[in-house]
Design a protein around this ligand. Sequence first.
Ligand code: EPZ
Length: 425
Amino acid sequence: MYQFIVPQVKKPLDGDVEISGAKNAVLAVMAAALLADGVSEITNVPHLKDMKTMSDVLRVIGCRISGDSHVLKIDTRGADHLEAPYELVKTMRASFYVLGPLVARFGRCRVSLPGGCAWGPRPVDLHLKGLEALGAKITVTHGYVEATCEGRLPGGTFHFPISSVGATVNVLMAATLAKGTSVLQNAALEPEIDNLVDYLIAMGAKIQGRGTRTLTVQGVEALRPGNGYTIPDRIEAGSFLCCAAITRGRVKVTKIIPEHIASTLDAFRLMGCKVSEGSDWAEVDARGVELKPINIQTLPFPGYPTDMQAPLMATLMSIPGTSTIQDTVYNDRFKHVAELQRLGADIQITGNTAIIKGGAPLEGAEVMGTDLRASMAMVLAALIADGETKISRIYHLDRGYEDFEAKMATLGASVERVIIDADEP
Ligand code: EPZ
């Protein structure tokens, strides 16, 4: 088991960070490779634990995975074991993405339910209802989803009652091989969906409505292996920009798509940061600025992302006054609050809203990361907490932030990884 040792920074952070490919985009594209027989290639893939987990899932199915320096090759010619086991799916919910491709291409599969996650239940009912709308027969027994269909999926229309990234991913992939035309209404608008649409079209899928809430898919008999690019990680970008705001420094994130972080940049402007952007970069400059408390609501894209809720909360702890964050996507995603309170944070939760009374001095302590984005929040708070903070369970952070210590070092922050229990992961 590792932990981070993070001392309080002696001066505002200042530097440029190159942003890696988006894990949440790669996970969908890796699953989509199952839709075709052959070797697909994905570029700009970050070296993260989640990519290894998804590779393990594909290997269990019979695929061969290879790759180096941010390129992944997926050979699906050996895919014949149509099952995703609990021990893998429970460690990473996105493993559930293999359900749609497998039932659409092979007519049957058995995939473990993902179960809960760090902050509570995360249902998959919309994934299942959407696949049923396309004609799949779904049964759930002994913690596994069994999906079958006689021949090709008939296809159909499904209206998502709420915006769901994962359910849109699963149903969209299945629709590409269904008979006739399928229509997905109220589909998610996250950039990761556009990234998947581009990849599916490169495989020969016929999809209209990219970037809108209505995706119309004309099913085809077969798809060909595709080469997919990965969009930059919008949450990694927002997380590093928080380093500028919380230390009153300056950070420029490069190799990004500014439109993907528009709402994140707006929040920094609302605080009083100087924000500038170019074609593939954005900068937050909080030097010498008296930041103001703000009120934010998380929403599906293009609203403020729920994955930025924890890093933003840490940032608002540094701003005197009362700020609020209402998470309308997950109303119970607040496990990190108790850990931030150990550093001296004054945060109250009422319903799905966090009330942050910022400006109180923070003291370094031993804390833990309760999930991926919560771990980033702990690092941010540690940057301004007096003394030294030790953060355990950083395996969460390793799921979503590539070369983390090195990137923090370029900004002038020391994040040291030390082993605390060689027997634990
Ligand atoms: C994706 O999860 C992301 N994960 C999450 O990022 C992100 O927090 C989330 O989207 C919201 O943006 C990946 O892309 C791998 P949803 P997903 O389906 O697809 C409810 C991270 O930190 N819902 O858009 O699981 C759900 O409970 C991770 O990188 C149902 O009710 O999220 C939530 O309230 C954490 N039934 C809302 O929809 C369903 O069948 C949005 O969830 C599915 C979802």
